[in-house]
Ligand binder design. Structure first.
Ligand SMILES: Nc1ncnc2c1ncn2[C@@H]1O[C@H](COP(=O)(O)OP(=O)(O)OP(=O)(O)O)[C@@H](O)[C@H]1O
Ligand SMILES: [Mg+2]
Length: 280
């Protein structure tokens, strides 16, 4: 089981501090946990902190009760944490076959089987270099294949659907369903796709660096569809926004984000952010 206790992350952002994660705490039991929420909410940062790519400013990460907060990426990988990046990394000089062999715990992994699970024909890809000659979607599938090959305790996928064509997306959903049945561990998937959220056991919603919802899929998913979690939102006129410009000059009268002309620069009584919060 994965447990996060009061995880915060503050980064330097052009001479000021920016709090990307604010006291994030949750437990992920074995099964399928989806993390969703608006762009910039902190999902990838959270995934990188779990995988050890970034360090939290404060808080703890426990894997089956062991504190892994100060462990390196490699130590965590050895304990069974694997991570597929939102933007996959290229490995010049390494072939697809080598990469999957390196990822797998088995001496002779079923490379062809693993590649076909992500919709790649082994004969066309097995000896290809993992370099810039691969398309974005191909690279993404190879990255997902390496996480499948590891069959870890915690498998983290950051937006696996990104760049995958519609036809293959359907197959990918099947693969995740299968993975959920076959592995005894936690699959943590960051996604904006309703079809992926639908196969989750639990959903965590992260917004502005904080968890705003967490519960069984049946309870959380209906509250997200059609709300502003699905479309994003804009606070319009926070400090520093549209400096020197009146909001009323930017907003389309009567359109989304418009404000009464009589109150240029003021926060609308029911700003889009407020509505999103009201849905929480
Ligand atoms: N090193 C950094 N310096 C400054 N800001 C950062 C840094 N890393 C991340 N951020 C900011 O932190 C916020 C959270 O980023 P993150 O990538 O975790 O969001 P996300 O929820 O994964 O978004 P998306 O859905 O678009 O992938 C964003 O506003 C991002 O610009
Ligand atoms: Mg992200």
């Amino acid at each position: 089981m994965l447990e996060l206790q009061n995880v915060s992350c503050i980064v330097d952002d052009e001479n000021s501090e920016k709090e990307i994660l604010k006291n994030v705490s949750f437990k992920a039991e074995d099964g399928f946990v989806a993390i969703t929420g608006p762009n910039g909410g902190g999902k990838s940062t959270l995934a990188k902190i779990i995988a050890g790519i970034m360090k939290p400013t404060s808080g703890k990460i426990l894997l089956d009760g062991t504190d892994i907060t100060d462990m390196s990426i490699t130590e965590r990988a050895n304990l069974g944490v694997s991570y597929a990046f939102q933007q996959p990394v290229r490995f010049k000089g390494l072939t697809v076959k080598d990469l999957i062999k390196l990822a797998s715990k088995e001496n002779t992994p079923d490379i062809c089987g693993i590649l076909s699970e992500v919709g790649l024909c082994a004969k066309d890809y097995i000896n290809r270099e993992v370099n810039a000659s691969l398309s974005g979607g191909e690279l993404k599938r190879i990255e997902i294949a390496t996480v499948f090959a590891k069959a870890s305790k915690i498998s983290i996928f950051d937006e696996p659907e990104a760049g995958i064509d519609l036809w293959s997306f359907q197959n990918l959903i099947q693969v995740f369903r299968e993975m959920r049945r076959s592995i005894h561990g936690t699959i943590l998937i960051i996604s904006h796709q309703e079809r992926i959220l639908e196969i989750a056991d639990e959903i965590v919603v992260l917004k502005d660096g904080a968890i705003v919802k967490h519960g069984p899929k049946v309870a959380v998913l209906p509250t997200l569809i059609g709300t502003e979690f699905a479309v994003g939102s804009c606070p319009q006129n926070g400090p520093g926004c549209f400096e020197g410009l009146s909001i009323s000059r930017l907003a389309v009268p009567g359109g989304p984000g418009s404000v009464p002309a009589a109150a240029p620069g003021s926060v609308p009584a029911a700003s889009s952010d407020k509505k999103a919060e009201a849905a929480v």
